[in-house]
Write a protein of this length. Structure first.
Length: 338
């Protein structure tokens, strides 16, 4: 890979042409995407021009931007070389993170399999999950380094998804004996009335997002068996009272809808050999007016306590449809101050 100046030597803006060569033409076709849509995505997000010439790509733009684009293309190409698929979200994540190399601090030996020279990968039985923003990357590191973590931010930022992925990783790696996922059974501004069926059928609608995440990480034939054996439990927050959750990966989702008493009850369930993650969005509290959110209270009381980490996300970390980030920003702009 070399750098050559454009033909006009009077170019004062530092525009360069940076050629990048890829030896496997089949992988290059996958890298470019159908109708070069992957290249178009990189061009649009970085603000440069990419020209394809045989098995070479020429990146035209300001020197730092072209160099960053070349690094991103090389990372994505290496992903394809390793037999991994390439989706639009992977490209977006590579662009947000820039280079995947960083000065990562040393980590315990049992965490090294998740961190490779700055790259963060969460291995599950169905897929490898990669954080797509710096905040997500730091969040995963916090999940591995602390026994109790809080992930706070708007919808679509991967708080729960990554927490469940780490829980599955710890479970299949033998670090914990079971996974326990919980949510407060609070209706989101609607009155659904009395649901038919047994207890499981009544609470399952509230728990469905947790089932969705697990289905992404575990084979469809294994999940029902693990649920039947109670090695994976999905239960409303109210069912946690009186239990000690030892040797488990525990996730409490939608924690903004836990009351102060429920939050204290849940936090004190933490047992030996367990990891606990609390996720929530302070802007989507569905508790009755005048009832204090347990998430806000826990954040206030536990800041600075050793062994507890707080990770925060913003609209810039939204990894759903780009329009979701703009919707969140619009609502945030309208929110009253104080």
């Amino acid at each position: 890979m070399g750098i050559t100046a454009l033909t006009d030597p009077s170019n004062a803006e530092g525009i360069i042409e940076l050629p990048v060569e890829f030896p496997d033409n089949r992988l290059l076709i996958e890298l470019c995407g159908q109708f070069d849509r992957n290249l178009s995505q990189i061009e649009h997000q970085l603000g440069l021009q990419i020209i394809r010439r045989g098995n070479h790509l020429a990146l035209i733009g300001e020197a730092p931007v072209a160099a960053r684009g070349a690094t991103i293309l090389q990372e994505l190409y290496e992903r394809l070389e390793a037999g991994r698929q390439l989706e639009a979200g992977d490209i977006d994540g590579a662009i947000r993170l820039g280079t995947l190399e960083d000065e990562a601090a040393p980590r315990p030996a049992d965490q090294l399999e998740m961190f490779h020279g700055g790259r963060v990968e969460i291995k599950t039985r169905k897929k490898i999950v990669e954080p797509r923003t710096e905040a997500q990357k730091d969040y995963v590191r916090a999940l591995m380094a602390n026994e109790l973590c809080f992930g706070i931010g708007p919808a679509g930022t991967g708080k729960t998804y990554l927490a469940v992925a780490v829980a599955v990783n710890l479970f299949i790696g033998g670090h914990v004996d079971r996974i326990i996922l919980s949510r407060p059974a609070v209706e989101a501004g609607e009155r659904l009335g009395f649901l038919p069926g047994d207890m499981k059928e009544k609470v399952d609608p509230y728990m469905q997002p947790l089932y969705d995440a697990l289905n992404d990480f575990l084979p469809s034939k294994q999940l029902p068996r693990l649920l039947e054996e109670k090695r994976i439990e999905i239960a409303p927050l109210a069912f946690m009272r009186g239990r000690t959750l030892a040797n488990a990966a525990v996730v409490l989702d939608e924690a903004q809808n836990a009351t102060s008493m429920q939050m204290k009850m849940f936090l004190t369930r933490l047992g030996e050999g367990s990891r606990m993650v609390i996720t929530g969005d302070r802007t989507q509290v569905d508790l009755p007016r005048g009832v204090t959110s347990g998430l806000s209270e826990a954040e206030r009381l536990l800041k600075g306590v050793a062994g507890i980490s707080f990770s925060y996300f913003t609209s810039k970390d939204v990894v759903r449809h780009p329009l979701v980030a703009r919707i969140i920003e619009a609502y945030d702009a309208e929110a009253p101050v104080g």
